[in-house]
Ligand binder design. Structure first.
Ligand code: ARG
Length: 461
């Protein structure tokens, strides 16, 4: 059975049904460049351990280079009988270097340490791409904030009008969550930057190979300290899937807002034509499909995480074949985010905010009631009483069908003589916003400081 990695102790080849079940080249072939890089590093440590002479090392590297070129150009592809990327590439190497030399490379390594290493290499590369994509969304949110300096909007809790906030403050709240996701990817990378290569099947190697030399050549910080952990653990994969799911959830929350903001009823934003879709039957339609797909795909990302965790849950140490199922969820998470992120950053960057409507709505729905209560506190009234008095003002305004600023000085005086005409200083959106100037608040000076800090934290990422 050509291309098979074992056979000595078997009387015959695998049943067709087993071969079909076993086969992973359909999804693991994308790891081929990493596997070849690992093979080059492995050839060098075999040489250093005296297991390949100078000419053999040169021949091996030359054959691997040719194999890599043929994989890249598509001249070399896995055959029907290849089980996985590792076996297929060994076949390709032997075809190029001959069995005498090509057959030497497998010494001291196993597909178990290879796959654990290749997976980490793949995920580290993609974490960088995803991190940049998330930062593009952060940049789009920053740009929208800077394009609307000091524009107010209705701040909501429970979707009900709560207090006026700056549009920039609201947008930057999403930016902070996404920035933390990028920080998480950077932090995750410290744990991912440890190479399992050299762990062998589970117990390490007797051949005097240097795992740290392989680790360094493959861009890792160091090699694992435990070969069982190196081959059997997948928490680094699961953590990648968790951060991916969190990014999906954060994008979904932005998207849910955009979907609401773009309704006729809200009319907070207009979507750019290039980031919205039409209807096959209703000519007037302009749909927020980017946002809806982001919301939908967040479910898929959560599924990638929970599927992987379920795979890992019952596994004894060390390697079990169940672990072949580790790849598709994390590949899917990476592919999904790499597709989604440019669309979301484009959608956010091209939103047109209806700032007039947002400003008009900002103080409505008695959103300045807290300002009355806090103004009373500054006048020496205990908050408990101030809350009651402001609530009475809301009741009076609601009974008359007016807003808080429409009540007369006499009406306020009737509620309490403590509410003098001076209360009007906070009965405007501007007065309300300006008063919230401590760190983290929505006041213009606080938001300026916030934006500077956000940029400072984003800069090194
Ligand atoms: N293709 C396997 C995987 O993806 C690696 C091969 C290990 N197979 C084995 N029988 N030990 O995990």
């Amino acid at each position: 059975n050509e291309g098979s990695l074992w056979g000595g102790r078997f009387a015959g080849g695998p049943a067709d049904a087993l071969a079909a079940l076993s086969k992973s080249t359909d999804f693991d072939w994308r790891l081929a460049p990493y596997d070849i890089a690992g093979s080059r590093a492995h050839a060098r440590v075999l040489h250093r351990a005296g297991l390949l002479d100078d000419a053999e090392l040169d021949g091996m590297i030359e054959a691997l280079d040719r194999l890599e070129a043929d994989v890249r150009s598509g001249v070399y592809t896995p055959s029907e009988s290849d089980e996985d990327v590792h076996g297929s590439l060994e076949r390709g190497l032997i075809e190029r270097a001959g069995p005498a030399l090509g057959g030497k490379l497998r010494a001291g390594r196993s597909r178990n340490d290879q796959i654990a290493t290749m997976g980490r290499m793949f995920l580290r590369d993609h974490a960088r791409i995803i991190g940049r994509g998330v930062l593009d969304v952060v940049d789009a949110l920053i740009a929208q904030s800077e394009a609307h300096p000091y524009a107010p909007m209705p701040g909501r809790t429970h979707l009900q009008h709560a207090q006026p906030v700056l549009l920039s403050h609201h947008l930057l709240a999403h930016a902070w969550a996404l920035l933390r996701d990028v920080q998480r990817l950077a932090d995750w990378d410290r744990r991912a930057a440890v190479s399992p290569y050299g762990s062998g099947a589970l117990a390490g190697s007797s051949l005097g190979l240097d795992p740290n030399a392989v680790a360094a050549e493959l861009g890792f910080d160091s090699a694992v300290w435990n070969s069982i952990d190196g081959t059997a653990s997948r928490d680094v994969f699961a953590e990648f899937a968790w951060v991916s799911a969190m990014i999906g959830v954060d994008l979904s929350r932005i998207s849910e807002e955009v979907i609401f903001w773009a309704t006729k009823e809200a009319s907070f934003v207009t979507l750019h034509d290039s980031y919205s879709t039409g209807s096959s039957i209703m000519p007037q339609k302009k749909n927020p499909d980017v946002a809806e797909l982001a919301r939908g795909k967040s479910g898929r990302l959560i599924g990638d995480l929970t599927g992987l965790l379920a795979t890992l849950k019952g596994l004894p140490l060390a390697y079990n074949r169940d672990l072949q199922e580790d790849k598709e969820p994390v590949f899917d998470a990476a592919d999904t985010l790499e597709l989604l992120l440019p669309a979301v950053s484009g959608m956010v960057a091209t939103l047109t905010f209806n700032t007039e409507r947002l400003a008009e709505l900002a103080p409505q729905g008695f959103a300045l009631a807290t300002d009355i209560a806090e103004w009373l506190v500054l006048e020496g009234v205990p908050f408990r009483e101030a809350h009651e008095l402001s609530g009475a003002a809301v009741q009076a305004a609601e009974a008359r069908g007016v807003e808080l600023w429409d009540l007369t000085d006499e009406e306020y005086a009737a509620i309490s003589p403590r509410i003098t005409a001076d209360v009007r200083s906070v009965l405007t959106t501007e007065g309300s916003l300006n008063s919230r100037s401590s760190q983290g608040g929505t006041g213009p000076t606080a938001v300026d400081a916030q934006l500077a800090e956000l940029k400072r934290q984003a800069a090194p990422l």
